[in-house]
Design a protein. Structure first.
Length: 49
């Protein structure tokens, strides 16, 4: 497992958080209640949106 997949798995345990494609960066992003709050630049770099 990668750091990203470990983090996403743990974050998705929080109600309202989900991982899906970023509308800003084009890669994977973390959304809270349909608002993008962070996105990944690489599999190990998470940036605040």
């Amino acid at each position: 497992m990668s750091l990203k997949s470990d983090l996403v798995k743990k974050l998705e345990m929080i109600p309202g958080l989900e991982d899906r494609p970023s509308i800003v960066a084009g890669g994977s992003a973390i959304f809270y209640k349909n608002k993008e709050i962070a996105h990944f630049h690489t599999p190990i770099t998470l940036m605040k949106s």
